[in-house]
Design a binder for this molecule. Structure first.
Ligand SMILES: *Cc1c(COP(=O)(O)O)cnc(C)c1O
Length: 354
């Protein structure tokens, strides 16, 4: 039986995508070949890569606006250093909203001065700092749109004349934003877009070529752009499955429709977290993430009972990250509302039982 999958990543993808993806392993597009055994230079795969790059830009509303989309390897973690490698000449400004921002800051410091414009570390990252300014002499500003571990999300991005770099790993394609306010967006595929193994990078070309250092080819966005994201062998299968997911997003109404579904799911779970005296939310209300809802028991003595209940009900991946504890319901695009309802019903059942 299919489980209700709240895994934080790698995570649930649409069932139709799993079906089509498994078919392509046996016979890709009636070619008599598996997607796993064809050349990445074959016309069939070049078409996959080109459609994936183009569809990513189309869904984000960034077509013909000077942006290029790439599917790279090394995860979002490699983008922590690659962004700085390509953009940091002297000084960069970072907003620190959690574990991933902290890691991005650490890497950037290898390349120049890093100013932390604000941090929510004082409250174990349960909120998004609001009043800060980006220094005039910064080469760029970096932020994390959705904090997967702590369950917070930036709702209003700062207005800055500096290039804005954003790690959107855990909420890309989940909500409408004016994406043209960003100059570099990156996202590991495995949180909302596809399987692990590829990272979407969307970069505005005009911000490149401004640092004086030599950049190794594999680290150089311009090299990857020049080779249409085929500088070396890409993650063929991960890119293909990401394409299937992007097609699914488009066929199901695009980002706007995803946001409506996600808002509904978030409303249902947060309403129960707030209503049920046995639970309390972790993140500040105004900063709550619709992607990752973090919550704790008000009395930890119910933990064993609740854990048994949801595991028996076919729920997967509800445990919170070790740095927050409690629970985390990751509700990415493909997670149906019915799965959220199952968890909410279990929370109500626990209340009746204790
Ligand atoms: C998971 C995650 C990362 C790390 O991604 P990898 O692909 O494992 O390197 C970075 N940033 C955010 C916001 C994430 O959720």
């Amino acid at each position: 039986m299919k489980k209700h999958n709240f895994s934080a990543g790698p995570c649930i993808l649409p069932q139709e995508v799993f079906q089509e993806a498994s078919q392509a392993i046996l016979d890709f597009d009636n070619s008599g070949l598996s997607i796993l055994e064809i050349s990445h230079r074959s016309p069939a795969f070049v078409a996959v890569m080109e459609e994936a790059r183009s569809l990513a830009l189309e869904l984000l509303g960034l077509k013909d606006k000077g942006y290029k989309a790439l599917f790279l390897q090394g995860g979002a973690s490699m983008q922590f250093l690659m962004a700085a490698y390509n953009l940091l000449e002297k000084k960069a400004a970072y907003l620190n909203t959690g574990t991933w921002s902290t890691k991005a800051i650490k890497e950037a410091k290898l390349f120049g001065e890093v100013v932390e414009v604000a941090s929510s570390k004082d409250q174990n990252f349960n909120y998004i700092p609001k009043s800060f300014s980006v220094p005039d002499d910064a080469d760029y500003f970096h932020c994390t749109s959705n904090n997967t571990i702590f369950g917070t999300q930036i709702k209003d991005f700062p207005v800055t004349s500096k290039p804005m770099v954003c790690d959107m790993s855990s909420d890309i394609f989940s909500r409408e934003l004016n994406f043209s306010n960003f100059d570099l967006i990156y996202a590991g595929a495995q949180k909302n877009m596809g399987p692990a193994g590829t990272t979407l990078v969307v970069v505005k070309e005009e911000i490149l070529g401004k640092v004086s250092r030599a950049i190794p080819s594999m680290m150089d966005y311009s090299v990857h752009i020049g080779k249409d994201s085929m500088f070396n062998t890409p993650s063929v299968y991960a890119v293909y499955v990401s394409l299937l997911t992007l097609r699914w997003i488009k066929a199901n109404g695009g980002i706007k429709a995803m946001q409506e579904r996600n808002d509904k799911k978030a409303e249902v779970i947060y309403a129960e977290i707030d209503r049920n005296p046995l639970f309390k939310g972790f993140a500040a209300r105004e900063d709550r993430s619709p992607m990752n809802a973090t919550f704790n028991l008000t009395d930890d003595s119910h933990k064993e009972q609740f854990d048994k209940m949801w595991k028996e009900a076919g729920v997967n991946g509800l445990n919170g990250h070790r740095s927050v504890g409690g629970y985390r319901a990751s509700m990415y695009n493909a997670l149906p509302l019915e799965s959220v309802q199952v968890v909410v019903d279990l929370m109500k059942e626990l209340e009746r039982k204790v």
